[in-house]
Structure formats: C-alpha cells, structure tokens
Design a binder for this molecule. Structure first.
Ligand SMILES: [Zn+2]
Length: 456
C-alpha cells in the first residue's frame, strides 16, 4: 500500500494555497475594442463586458452596473484568452540548455536530464512555465507531462498548476526510461481520475501511442488508451513519420484523441485522422526548430479540428503564442508565394475558438460569449508596435504586430492574474531564482552533458 502523499512531499508543497485563485470577482471591463471571436457577435467598438461568478454575463455599450470592480479598457483590445493546445511545462527551467549541438540536441538532452528531476524540480519548473504562459496571454494550456516518475511527481505538477491559476488540462504521461512493454501506473491513473476536480484543472492521458507498431508497443499502447477511455479521459499523442501510419492502423484513434504534430502526414493520413474525428495540434516554432520541416497549415487543414500549441517554453524559447501565430501565417504565405494565402483572422481562431474546439472545450472557452468562462486578455493598443489609428479589423495587428509585452491584463475564470503588465501575487525574482537553482542542481546530478556515441 502507498504511503499517504503528505508524508512524501516537501513541506513547501503543502504550503501552496490554491484557494488564492478560488474567489471570483464581479468585474466590468469598460470601453474596450472587442474581438469576441464569436461568429454571431463579431468585433465591437467601445464596448463593455460584464463578468459575474467567473463567467461572461453581458456584453453591450454603457452597461449600467453599480456593484462591481471596474477596468478602464480605453485604448485596449479585449480578446478571449489564448488557448495553447500543447505544452510541456515541467521542463521550463531547462530553457537555454538546448543549443543545437549533438550533445545539447533537444531529445537527447531532455532524456539525459529528465531522470534527475525530483518532485520539487517538477513543481518549480511547472510553476515557472505556467506563470510565464499566463503572463504571455495564454489562459488555457494542455500540459503533456512526460516525465512522470511516480505519484509525488504527479502531485507536484498538479499543485504547481493549481497555484498558478491557469486553466489547464494536465496529461498523465510516461517518462523516457519506461520500457515499451511497461505500462504507466494505471492504478494511480484511476486513483487521480477519481479525485474531485479542483480549481481550473482537469485531467487527461498523455499517451505514448503505439510507436511504429511493434507488437510490445502496440499492446502497451492499447492497454493504456483503453484504461483512459474507461475513465472518460481525453487523450493526446505525439505523432509523425512512420508513427502516423501505425497510429491509423492500430484502429485506436477517435474523437477523444488529439494528435500532436503529425509531421509529414500524407493527404490520405490526414483524411484518416479526419475520418476518425481526431483533432490536431500544430506547434510551428518547435516543429521548425527541431527540423520537422515547414509547418504548412494547408497540409493539415482537412483534419477539421485544429489548434496551435507552444510545445514547452524550453524548446520553443518562450511561451509565446503570438510568435507561433506569426510563424504559421508567414510560412503559409512564403510557401505559397502569395501574401493572400492566409487570413490573419483564421490564424487567430486557431489560437482561440478553434483551439478550444480542438480540445473539446469550446462550450466553455475560446470566445467572448455570454455564459462562457470569463477567460480574457487585454492588449495595449497604445504601445509603439501596436499603435494603428483607424484599424477596422485588428486581426492582422494581433497576428503580425502583437508580442507578449503588449499583454496588459489576463483574467482567468473572472479572476485577474495580471494587471497593468504585472502578474498578481507572483514573486518573479523568487520564481527565477528557484528555477536557476533547480536546473543547476539537475545538471550537476546528471554529471554535465550527455555523451554522444559516434555514428557508425
Ligand atoms: Zn510535445
């Protein structure tokens, strides 16, 4: 029998108080330029948005409300909070370690460092990544936790996300040293799935998939996905190259599966993903960085349910979904040798409403629609890189001009987590110091960089 978790956890972990983000405010955002991303509401000028009990209550001009806190949003662009459909927050403190040499190659160095992560390192890295992600205008993230080495590691990631206040789906994953025939801890998965939901956190399976279809991998993959399905959990899986075909041949795809990257998928494979009802997450910056090739939206558009993702601030360089939007737009125009190959609004949808739809959360988030969760961001239109008098359609401004530095305000579930460009209740110097200490100790324990075997 397992020891109670509290015996195993550092005292620090227990001091975390998720309740700090539990109270919702009633808020009136006044005089904003609004992009609702709701197809029936469209873009609105000088508009007020009322937030009550964590939800969007009313949208209109000069709303008469007396009993609320007010945010003056003149000169600001109000958007639904960005939705990051794929990330790996635990690794965030390793940013800068991946330096594109044979020894610092992402996959090799990640595996080398990963086994030296304590639960406390997971907590520090996940929190660090989560607050950067929030500060960057992302209100929902899907955190594929693929260094899960035991219940304490899980609890550390969970607590860090709760503490940050971000809306997150934490995906129960494996780790790099788990053998093909070894399952993840399915008993623990069932245990955590049975726990009552807390804060803005939900769960899913960070599935290893079926590899390239070898019998042992296929058998383990089947056992894991069937366990997740019996618990009603959403599923995500990395794929690409030969794995695309193996995944399709396994017959295990379905509407509950999100495929990540699907690098080099053929048109027939894209059609199979669509036929299975699965969704796709594209992460242009990391896909370009590791050399998967150009992320061309037109190659994947037929999947139907698509969203953008960051794929971890460590590999992406930062938790910047604006930069991912821009890269996707530029790649499409460049590859097609046509500026008009892509509409900026379509790109913005892939980071908001379409992203929410791709992860099955569009009834709750992704647009500024009465009844949905109050997950919102304000961008400062008076910044030098954003000032654009007379713009009727701000979509191009968001995609080609905005940076994370323009994110003035971030609200999740009606709770402001960033105002005036500053995170609320986050001791940033302390977060940085802990991240630095953590990664230095991990590198020490790992004995420096990995050895690279010469290629025969
Ligand atoms: Zn990934």
């Amino acid at each position: 029998m397992r020891s109670p978790l509290h015996c195993l956890l550092p005292a620090l972990l227990l001091s975390i108080a998720p309740t700090i983000h539990g109270q919702t405010h009633d808020l009136l955002i006044e005089n904003a330029q609004v992009m609702t991303l709701d197809p029936t509401l469209g873009d609105l000028r000088e508009t007020d948005v009322l937030l009550r009990d964590g939800r969007i209550a009313e949208i209109g001009q000069r709303l008469t409300v007396t009993d609320v806190e007010r945010i003056d949003a003149r000169g600001m662009l109000l958007l639904p909070g960005l939705v990051d459909t794929h990330t790996h927050l635990w690794l965030s403190a390793a940013r800068g370690q991946f330096r594109n040499t044979p020894q610092t190659d992402y996959f090799l160095l990640k595996k080398h460092l990963a086994r030296h992560y304590s639960p406390e390192d997971i907590r520090i890295g996940t929190y660090f990544g989560a607050v950067e992600t929030l500060a960057s205008g992302v209100t929902t993230t899907v955190d594929f936790f693929h260094n899960l080495r035991g219940p304490e590691h899980w609890e550390a990631a969970r607590q860090a996300l709760l503490e940050s206040g971000i809306r997150a789906r934490l995906l129960y994953g494996a780790h790099d040293d788990l053998k093909a025939e070894q399952s993840i801890d399915l008993e623990h998965l069932a245990e955590v799935a049975a726990q009552p939901a807390q804060g803005n956190l939900t769960l899913g399976l960070g599935w290893r998939g079926v590899g390239e279809g070898a019998p042992a991998t296929l058998q383990t993959g089947r056992r894991e996905i069937e366990a997740a399905r019996s618990l009603g959990l959403p599923i995500a899986v990395h794929s690409g190259g030969a794995r695309n075909a193996a995944l399709i041949d396994s017959g295990l795809l379905g509407e509950d599966v999100q495929i990540i990257h699907a690098t080099a998928a053929t048109n027939a494979q894209v059609a199979s993903f669509r036929a299975a009802g699965s969704s796709l997450s594209l992460t242009p910056i990391t896909e370009h960085r590791v050399g998967y090739g150009l992320t061309l939206l037109s190659d994947y558009a037929a999947v139907g349910r698509l969203g953008l993702g960051i794929d971890g601030p460590a590999l992406a360089g930062s938790a910047d979904l604006f930069a991912n939007m821009r890269l996707l737009a530029l790649t499409e125009s460049a590859a097609n040798k046509a500026e008009t190959a892509i509409e900026p609004r379509r790109i913005l949808e892939l980071a908001t409403l379409e992203a929410a739809r791709s992860i099955g959360m569009d009834k709750e988030i992704g647009s500024i629609t009465p009844g949905k969760r109050a997950d919102l961001i304000l961008l400062d239109l008076n910044a030098l890189n954003m000032a654009s008098p007379g713009t009727n359609d701000p979509a191009a401004l968001v995609v080609y001009s905005a940076t994370t530095a323009n994110v003035d305000t971030v609200i999740v579930n009606g709770v402001p987590l960033k105002r005036g460009g500053q995170l609320i209740g986050v001791d940033v110097p302390q977060v940085l110091e802990r991240a630095q200490t953590s990664i230095s100790a991990i590198l020490n324990r790992a004995g420096g960089l990995p050895e690279v075997k010469p290629k025969l």
